[in-house]
Design a protein around this ligand. Structure first.
Ligand code: NAD
Length: 308
């Protein structure tokens, strides 16, 4: 028996958005193989969000059923998240896990990006995740159980040429997830963000075959399953994952410079000490929450400098 086989999801209801192909399909098959009831959502659009087809979700549901699993198809646009949640409630009467995964690309340099390119990408990734999670939130709170995954991206963490819209959405999902982590914890709702790297139609044209072969979508599922299992209390995390390599990420700050808070605090004063402000060579901090920034402590130092 493999070590992941003992993390079962019997009687858990999982909604996977954009589950007709790529990562979403891999998650759906994985959860179903471990006893979960899966709502396979996909409107069956093209990579850029064009068109729709019910067959994408249907094929995944057929595959799950053939293997003896339990799944229903849902063809709604994620922007109608409440209807996707309704599908889960009608079919199974609860909703335990949401994998916000649906996505499209409209890569263009910022100069050429249209309002529509911006809006469509933000809508599917960010607003779609919002709509599904918002509709499921009261149900999860009432159940005192919920697990949420937000699918971010390395482009969202670091930024990427030609992906201003996509990166904005993907970074926003991290802040969204981190805030839900605070609000959900006392209701046993955990939320985490992942930045996956996997071979799919999204990456097929931008990576060589040799690399794509190592990046199977199936290699993302074990982390997603661990993070959404009832035994995990991990929340507010950000994980990069691809080809079996899993890393956790956090913020790092410089110790910074405390200036005298008077009229000596000028742009020229900042310029003179900008090297110190931005150098990570000295002591650094690893804030994990707004509180860790210790603004009150810094204020005290600034006050002392000013009165001296
Ligand atoms: P994919 O194109 O194979 O899957 C995305 C799915 O979402 C498609 O089946 C599509 O039909 C569906 N979809 C699109 N718009 C939808 C909508 N409005 N409502 C419902 N479904 C919709 O791509 P993938 O690589 O499997 O990507 C899955 C997620 O992972 C995306 O959010 C993507 O941004 C993210 N991601 C992927 C990679 C990677 O390396 N593949 C890297 C970083 C992030």
């Amino acid at each position: 028996m493999s070590s992941s086989a003992d993390l079962r999801f019997d009687n858990r209801v999982v909604v996977v958005s954009g589950a007709g192909g790529g990562l979403g399909k891999a998650y759906s098959l994985f959860f179903a193989s471990r006893g979960a009831k899966v709502v396979v959502n996909d409107l069956g659009s093209g990579l850029k969000g064009e068109g729709s087809s019910a067959s994408a979700a249907d094929l995944v549901v057929d595959e799950i059923k053939k293997a003896g699993g339990d799944a229903v198809a849902d063809y709604h646009n994620v922007l109608e998240g409440e209807k996707i949640v309704e599908t889960a409630m009608k079919a199974y009467g609860r909703i335990d896990i949401i994998i916000n995964n649906a996505g499209i690309l409209r890569d263009k340099s910022f100069k050429s990006m249209t309002d529509k390119d911006w809006d469509d990408v933000l809508n599917v990734h960010l607003h779609g995740a919002y709509k599904i999670t918002k509709a499921a939130w009261p149900i999860m709170r009432k159940q005192k159980f919920g697990r949420v995954i937000m699918t971010s991206s390395a482009a969202g963490i670091y930024g990427n040429f030609g992906q201003a819209n996509y990166a904005a959405a993907k970074q926003a999902l991290i802040g969204f997830s981190n805030s839900l982590a605070y609000e959900g914890f006392k209701y046993n709702i955990m939320s985490n963000a992942i930045a996956p790297l996997a071979a799919s139609r999204m990456t097929a044209t931008v990576m060589p075959q040799e690399i794509l072969d190592a990046l199977k979508p199936e290699f993302i599922a074990p982390l997603v399953a661990y993070l959404t299992h009832e035994s995990t209390k991990q929340t507010g995390g950000l994980f990069e994952i691809g080809a079996g390599v899993v890393t956790a990420h956090r913020w790092q700050g410089t110790e910074g410079v405390v200036f005298k808070a008077d009229d000596s605090f000028t742009p020229a004063a900042v310029k003179a000490r900008f090297g110190e402000i931005s150098s990570f060579d000295g002591p650094t901090t690893y804030p994990t929450s707004m509180k860790d920034n210790d603004w009150l402590g810094k204020l005290e130092v600034a006050k002392k400098l000013t009165t001296n």
